[in-house]
Design a protein around this ligand. Structure first.
Ligand SMILES: [Ca+2]
Ligand SMILES: [Ca+2]
Ligand SMILES: [Ca+2]
Length: 453
């Protein structure tokens, strides 16, 4: 028990600041932590490759950061705020929390202007050492605003700035940005910065920060994936220098886009690496027929890393929206670099893994894979009574060992926070609740994952 208390106390000081809340509010959170630690050690295998919690190669410390009740928040991002490290969650408004158990909440953007999209990110746009938040908001019939929000000294509420207003096009099944991420590359020796986005799960853009970032940003269209034989929705976004020429390439859905030497003027080359979007899903009880006719294999969560240790970047993908989802590693064919990549499927039994982070959890220099399940997918799929956080430990040679790190908290768009002077991995997310299930609550949660001595 003392060990558990130590876990709890460590979590209170994740950002180096003392917990200042009322002690009575800590009790339920502590109970949740203790329950969670028990559930870690009781978690049984869910597939032939899983193992029990007693054999975990990492120490896992779950943190219930805030219970948001029945309000919908689809996304949470980590940022360096003016006072401390913060997590900001967006839904119909934007709330912010310090990184701690049972965190107090601050409303930084009130409701009333529209609903914030799935995608969001945070980085320092204006070079003052404080991260701003970039997010899309549906507030107009004809399109979606891409915005950045700035924390201002002395003000609780953030200042809003427009990056672009992106119009919907005929045939779009879905409005807005599923994914938004920082984009940075070098052009003629200078760094250019901005954000890359996927709009309506089909069009890729990047927006360049102008000299005055409060003005509209410079739009660069990368591609309409439907003009590159994407017959079905594509989502998930990751960036990395796949071709190893110093430019940041992008991966979206089942495609990767090769950045031109000059992304201000050049044309991107679009390549397909995966055929996942061509698979039909089986029938599920209670799921409408139109859902069965969708193709979900392009709606992925994505991350990059050298999973096979050959020095080249590989793509890790999970089928984010469906039960019985695949998790796979894709390695580029060196002899035939523009064809489909070599696929290694490492799981086929995950429920709506809308959370994927590639990171080395045990400090053996091999990147590992963290995958989180939702409690309820967004397409009327049957609910998941015991959502898991999984670790796929990289054993080398594209072999992975699956572990259950935690059971009981559904999550959506999990992210890794970079905490300075802390070798642990801290991942966090808000669950996404679905309006057709009235009893769901949004939990903002995190896990501190530390290599075992
Ligand atoms: Ca800033
Ligand atoms: Ca590789
Ligand atoms: Ca590792």
């Amino acid at each position: 028990m003392d060990k558990m208390k130590n876990h709890f106390l460590q979590l209170l000081f994740l950002d180096g600041r003392h917990f200042s809340g009322n002690i009575s509010r800590m009790v339920p959170a502590m109970a949740a932590i203790l329950l969670s630690l028990v559930s870690v050690s009781c978690s049984g295998p869910s597939s032939g490759t899983a193992t029990s919690g007693n054999d975990l190669p990492v120490k896992v410390e779950p943190a219930l950061i805030h219970d948001l009740g029945n309000e919908h928040f689809g996304n949470a991002v980590f940022r360096h705020g003016r006072k401390s490290f913060r997590i900001a969650a967006s839904g119909n408004r934007i709330l912010e929390f310090p990184v701690q158990v049972n965190a107090p909440v601050t409303e930084v953007v009130p409701a009333g202007s529209g609903r914030y999209n799935n995608g969001a990110c945070a980085f320092d746009i204006n070079g003052d050492g404080i991260d701003e938040m970039i997010v899309g908001r549906n507030n107009k019939e004809e399109g979606t605003d891409l915005l950045w929000f700035e924390e201002v000294p002395g003000n609780t509420l953030w200042n809003e700035h427009l990056i672009a207003s992106v119009k919907s096009e005929k045939g779009d099944a879905e409005k807005g940005f599923h994914d938004i991420m920082p984009f940075e590359t070098r052009v003629s020796g200078s760094v250019v910065r901005g954000v890359a986005v996927v709009a309506s799960r089909k069009r890729l853009f990047w927006y360049q920060i102008p000299d005055d970032p409060t003005q509209l940003w410079i739009e660069h269209k990368i591609a309409d994936l439907t003009r590159h034989e994407a017959e079905h929705a594509q989502s998930g976004l990751a960036a990395g220098d796949i071709t190893a020429n110093g430019c940041q390439d992008l991966v979206c859905g089942n495609f990767w886009a090769e950045c031109p030497e000059n992304p201000l003027t050049g044309k991107w080359i679009i390549n397909r690496y995966s055929n996942w979007d061509r698979k039909r899903i089986p029938a599920y009880p209670g799921v409408p027929e139109w859902v069965m006719n969708e193709r979900f294999g392009g709606m992925n969560q994505l991350d990059l890393g050298d999973l096979d240790g050959d020095g080249k970047i590989d793509i890790v993908a999970s089928e984010a929206e469906i039960p019985d989802a695949r998790l796979g590693v894709f390695c580029r064919d060196k002899g035939n670099p523009r064809t489909l990549w070599k696929e290694t499927v490492i799981d086929t039994s995950i429920y709506c893994p809308h959370s994927l982070v590639v990171t080395d959890v045990n400090n053996d220099m091999r990147p590992d894979i963290l995958v989180g399940e939702m409690t309820a997918g967004g397409w009327y799929f049957p609910r998941n009574s015991s959502p898991h956080l999984y670790l796929y430990l990289n054993l080398g040679n594209l072999k992975f060992r699956k572990y259950i790190l935690h059971t009981g908290w559904g999550i959506h768009m999990m992210r890794k926070a970079e905490l300075p002077e802390d070798e642990s991995v801290f991942v966090f997310a808000a669950d996404e609740i679905q309006p057709w299930y009235e009893d769901m609550t949004t939990l903002l949660v995190g896990w501190k994952i530390t290599a075992q001595d």
